[in-house]
Design a binder for this molecule. Structure first.
Ligand SMILES: [Mg+2]
Length: 100
């Protein structure tokens, strides 16, 4: 059976792997790291556009891996942040009170 990771564990795993591969040897440019996450989404968009489902899923995985790595590098407990925001969203009105 595959191991099921918590978000906290994925953050640790992705950041440790990136560190081992040298991506944190120098101080990271956070703006660049954020744009690289966007790049993975753009790659997912292109895979979707050409109906390459396998690549689409891989690019979504890349997006999460980069995001978890960044959160690990910035020492952000993204699991806690998601929990808090998901609970806040649950309390918001239908379509967050917007008409359209
Ligand atoms: Mg990619």
């Amino acid at each position: 059976m595959e191991k099921e990771y918590t978000i906290r564990e994925l953050t640790k795993l992705c950041h440790e792997t990136a560190q081992e591969k040298g991506f944190w040897d120098e101080k990271r440019n956070i703006g660049e790291a954020l744009m690289l996450i966007v790049t993975e989404l753009a790659e997912a968009m292109e895979a979707h556009r050409i109906q390459d489902q396998a690549n689409f899923k891989e690019e979504l995985a890349d997006t999460f891996i980069r995001l978890f790595d960044l959160c690990g590098g910035l020492e952000i407990d993204i699991q806690e942040e998601i929990d808090k925001k998901a609970q806040r969203n649950k309390q918001r009105p239908y379509k967050h009170g917007k008409i359209c």
